[in-house]
Design a protein around this ligand. Structure first.
Ligand code: PHE
Length: 330
């Protein structure tokens, strides 16, 4: 028995220990053969014999468990050492990734409005007629629906043509005041130098008690925002039309390429159109059952901002995944 105990104690690996285990504790092992001898022991001694054997067995089992636990933790220790990652080591800079310019631009826009206490809201990309059109004062058969070349789904849904439906969803889910932006992908049937069928917008909506917000507030926040994005530019508001705002405006900045002198990018006008905005139309508040409130809203195309900020000549380049373009943003 002392010998067996020594044998177990001296195992130097789990494999060796396992062999010993089978040899000692196995069905045809040493202990089993000792127990088999029980039948030849005279009846008066059977009890003492069996008891002695059982004691020995549990002692060996304890020794075995001890050795097993020690070898097991040694093995884990070794594994942890061999798999450890040296986090102080520099990775290969050649393979460093980068944010896509559209995402990077969107993040910059979001940061600005978060700092002004706007919440960031989200909505589904497959919308229904109510949220994408109807509630935004775009009744069925209204000619203004043609402003947006819509992708329709077979079940009557639409791919949202703008982020404005998130205005509706947010107002239906929350009580005023509202101070939100909604960034995300939108879809229109369009494909040329300045249009892709999927692009991104950031929507903004502020709703407060009636009389608490006006066009001057809208003008001030958007001018400040555009200076934050484009630096020292001139900003001008031009009367325009959107069904969900009244009055509505489009916002231009002086061309950042020619400083307003006229070039190809600004079609020799000296101005670049960058935003749509306006005072929320009362019909929109009716659709969401908001009473005694006033508000302003705005929407912008993220790709347009990214193109201007990074001097990218063709919008489609942003989605071709050409590594030579993307590598420039590392
Ligand atoms: N939803 C408009 C568009 O996609 C942009 C906009 C949003 C205009 C909010 C005014 C107010 O063209």
């Amino acid at each position: 028995m002392k010998k067996l105990e020594e044998k177990i104690s001296q195992a130097i690996s789990l494999e060796e220990l396992e062999k010993i285990r089978i040899e000692v504790f196995g069905k045809k092992g040493i202990l089993a053969s000792k127990f088999a001898m029980l039948k030849d022991v005279p009846p008066s001694e059977k009890r003492a014999f069996a008891q002695g054997l059982n004691n020995k067995k549990s002692h060996l089992q304890r020794v075995y468990d001890e050795v097993y636990n020690r070898l097991k933790s040694e093995e884990i220790e070794k594994l942890l050492k061999s798999e450890a990652i040296d986090v102080s080591l520099y990775s290969n800079l050649e393979t460093k990734g980068a944010l896509h310019p559209v995402i990077e631009t969107m993040d910059r826009i979001i940061d600005y409005f978060i700092a002004l206490n706007f919440s960031v809201e989200d909505g589904p990309k497959i919308e229904d007629d109510f949220h994408n059109f109807e509630a935004l004062n775009l009744p069925k058969n209204h000619p203004a629906r043609d402003m947006q070349d819509t992708f329709f789904c077979r079940d009557g849904g639409v791919l949202r043509t703008h982020t404005s439906p998130v205005q509706i969803r947010t107002m239906l889910a929350q009580k005023p005041p509202i101070r939100m932006i909604a960034p995300g992908a939108v879809f229109r049937k369009d494909y040329d130098l300045t249009h892709t069928p999927m692009f991104h917008q950031v929507e903004g909506l502020v709703v407060q008690k009636k009389g608490e917000v006006n066009f001057a507030n809208l003008k001030s926040i958007l001018s400040d925002f555009l200076h934050y994005m484009f630096g020292d530019v001139e900003v001008r508001f031009r009367p325009s039309f959107f069904p969900f705002t009244e009055p509505s405006a489009e916002v231009d900045i002086s061309c950042i390429f020619c400083k307003g002198n006229g070039c190809r990018v600004c079609s020799h006008t000296g101005w670049l159109e960058v935003l749509g905005c306006g005072i929320v139309d009362p019909n929109v508040f009716d659709a969401v059952n908001y009473k005694d409130v006033s508000g302003y809203a705005f929407g912008l195309g993220v790709e347009r901002f990214a193109m201007l900020l990074h001097k990218i000549p063709d919008l489609r380049m942003l989605f071709e995944g050409d590594i030579r373009l993307l590598e420039q943003f590392r």
